[in-house]
Design a protein around this ligand. Sequence first.
Ligand SMILES: CC(C)(COP(=O)(O)OP(=O)(O)OC[C@H]1O[C@@H](n2cnc3c(N)ncnc32)[C@H](O)[C@@H]1OP(=O)(O)O)[C@@H](O)C(=O)NCCC(=O)NCCS
Length: 171
Amino acid sequence: MDAPSLRTKRLVLLPLGSADLDEAAALFADPRVMVHIDGGARGRSITSRLLQANERCWKTEGWGLWAIRDATSGAFIGQSGLQRIPELQDADVEFSMVIGRRNWRLGIATEAANAILYDARGRFSGNQIHALVHPDSAAGGPFLRRIGFRRDDDQFVRGETLEVWHTQRLG
Ligand SMILES: CC(C)(COP(=O)(O)OP(=O)(O)OC[C@H]1O[C@@H](n2cnc3c(N)ncnc32)[C@H](O)[C@@H]1OP(=O)(O)O)[C@@H](O)C(=O)NCCC(=O)NCCS
């Protein structure tokens, strides 16, 4: 089967995998981005394991994280999509979005999220999708609200108190 792909006006999305390691590692090594995720930068070996786990997720579940690229140049812009979230109470799947700083505030995350969540209707059979936001992220909450998520009670997850958001499965 061909790898799935999504296309929007400015973006092309393909399942994130080991071939994206250099670019994903650079994104996750930027402390000014990662402070919004879990407080610190992520090393190359952790990123490599995440990409391998994501490849397995695409194979077994039929959904996962996407690499977000510029549709014209192919440049890596960020990553987003779904992954299992065993640590969160009453939740199954987490939606996340990370965009490299040079592309913030251009509407890229909104454009990618709309395509990913619309596509997820055909791939993911659960009822709810959750998202976590670090308390240091000024953008995360407003972004999630803009794409249709609603805030729940905060939870202590991965060693800290995080904002928990959810959206009903669209459609
Ligand atoms: C959150 C993030 C994905 C937004 O990406 P982006 O491409 O800049 O977002 P968009 O340009 O599509 O903006 C969408 C909305 O997000 C909110 N937003 C984005 N940046 C913001 C900021 N710095 N402060 C407050 N709100 C912000 C706004 O509501 C914005 O809508 P508006 O432009 O109509 O005001 C990006 O800042 C990022 O990768 N941050 C680090 C990771 C993270 O916090 N992810 C969120 C948890 S899933």
